[in-house]
Write a protein that binds this ligand. Sequence first.
Ligand code: PLP
Ligand code: SF4
Length: 326
Amino acid sequence: MQTPAWQQALAQGFSNLSSLLEYLQIDAPDLAQSIQASQQFSLRVPREFAALMRKGDLNDPLLRQVLPSHKELLTVAGFSTDPVGDRQAEHSPGLLHKYHGRILVITTGACAVHCRYCFRRHYPYAGSTATASQWQGILDYIQANPSIEEVILSGGDPLMISDKKLGEWLQQLQQLPQLKRLRFHTRLPVVLPQRITRELTGLLQACRLNTIMVIHTNHPAELSPSVAEALHKVAAAGVSLLNQSVLLKGVNDQCETLVTLSERLFEIGVMPYYLHLLDRVAGAAHFDLNESAIQNLQLQLLARLPGYLMPKMVREIADEPSKTPL
Ligand SMILES: *Cc1c(COP(=O)(O)O)cnc(C)c1O
Ligand code: SF4
């Protein structure tokens, strides 16, 4: 069988720091420590995403999200490898049940892009993904818990999985009468819009469940015309589109940036959902903002945006019954 175009594009992405910087025409004097940081959590950037970065600018907000930094090597008090208590909430490999009525399935550890601030950057995916053999266990768990009405396919990135495999899973999930909603948490439509194949939109269209796709964008420059086109196809398949962002110092911590992000999302048919405060994961402390800066930003945003374009600002606290509003 022929490799789908999106998988070919994925394989051609940047995984080497010097080639990425060369492509961006950036002369970085000393890369030794950045390279060391990328040995802990490798560099991965699709060409489509790199193409949206400004040339010659080490401070480009898209580049900052993916560029390994020597600051990741610092140990900072309060920043740990499992900041949101995922290991405790893990019912069986790849199945997280934290909140009422919905379970989250870690379908794969793979992503098309590696975001340096990722709260799962230390997640032991090897033993904690829902591989084929665990899938039956997940279906059994849902049936044993009638309160579950929604399944969230997450990861990693669930759209790293082939259309064929997704089709099989959707088929099985749809047969459980208790399920009403199916949700995808994915960054692929943003960093690799070719992922939205005809097969995929066909599967979504045919699915009996109310389907939601929560994309992940942090900066308006990520929303290129091809991203908009891909999302338009998803919406045309009857899927509701939401966005979640992470508040990141040096990326999107200016009121103007977040206002433009919300407006641009709405233009292309996506509603702002969450603006997550950074999870305190080891290696990401340099993206953190202090409490007063966060509160100021919230007040500024409230004063600028119509209510429906204001993302909910939340923090994830282990053992709470939901994300915690600011
Ligand atoms: C964030 C999260 C969800 C989804 O929460 P919503 O508030 O419904 O978006 C579900 N399960 C787990 C384990 C989560 O971390
Ligand atoms: S796409 Fe999501 S899961 Fe993957 S590295 Fe980025 S933040 Fe983490």
